[in-house]
Ligand binder design. Structure first.
Ligand SMILES: NC(=O)c1ccc[n+]([C@@H]2O[C@H](COP(=O)([O-])OP(=O)(O)OC[C@H]3O[C@@H](n4cnc5c(N)ncnc54)[C@H](OP(=O)(O)O)[C@@H]3O)[C@@H](O)[C@H]2O)c1
Length: 168
């Protein structure tokens, strides 16, 4: 399989690894996290599961977006393209310097073995969830950037934004 130069996952999870509840985020919007996501993913293509796409607060990129589904004839909005697998999306992004996998849980589980980089926001509280960020082998990565935000710094919760880079 040919693939992009850097495969990045980007997610926000709580202390108990929750990322979603009822196809929405478990917490109130966190502006500091959105700002970071927009900054690091600017101009990069995005890959997401159908459930994350089929969400009123979906994320998308002006550079292009891929939606993974098993459904035949699934119709997506302009700016999105249907693919049958993560690997098909990677093939279509093979000339990209970096591509972002946006989740949700099913797609993160699939993508972890490919992840060169993981941008992970930790929301320092526990939340009820029905979707979770998978455990991954943190010793295979080094944290190359860490940003801390306290309540009031554009966030209603304390958060840490970590960048994990796969060790070579
Ligand atoms: N906090 C965060 O950073 C973050 C980020 C993203 C999402 N989320 C949350 O995560 C939740 C959604 O996660 P999720 O795990 O339920 O759904 P998801 O990963 O977004 O999408 C799952 C869908 O992907 C498709 N899919 C999965 N495996 C496939 C395969 N092998 N081949 C083809 N298609 C496949 C299927 O679509 P079809 O059913 O159409 O076949 C499946 O229903 C939501 O609550 C959302 O808000 C949180």
């Amino acid at each position: 399989m040919t693939k992009p130069n850097i495969i990045s996952l980007i997610a926000a999870m709580s202390e108990n690894r929750a990322i979603g509840l009822n196809n929405a985020l478990p917490w109130e919007p966190i502006a500091a996290d959105w700002d970071n996501l927009k900054m690091v993913s600017k101009g990069k293509k995005m890959i997401m599961g159908r459930k994350s796409y089929d969400n009123p607060h979906r994320l998308w990129s002006e550079a292009g977006n891929y939606v993974i589904t098993r459904q035949e004839n699934y119709v997506v909005d302009e700016g999105f393209e249907v693919v049958r697998s993560l690997e098909e999306a990677f093939e279509k992004c093979k000339n990209e310097a970096e591509v972002f996998v946006l989740g949700g849980e099913e797609i993160f589980r699939w993508a972890i073995p490919y992840a060169d980089r993981i941008y992970l926001t930790i929301v320092h509280d526990e939340f009820q969830g029905d979707a979770f960020f998978p455990e991954f082998n943190e010793s295979a990565y080094e944290i190359i950037e860490r940003k801390e935000f306290q309540i009031g710094e554009n966030t209603p919760y304390p958060i840490s934004i970590l960048t994990y880079q796969k060790k070579s």
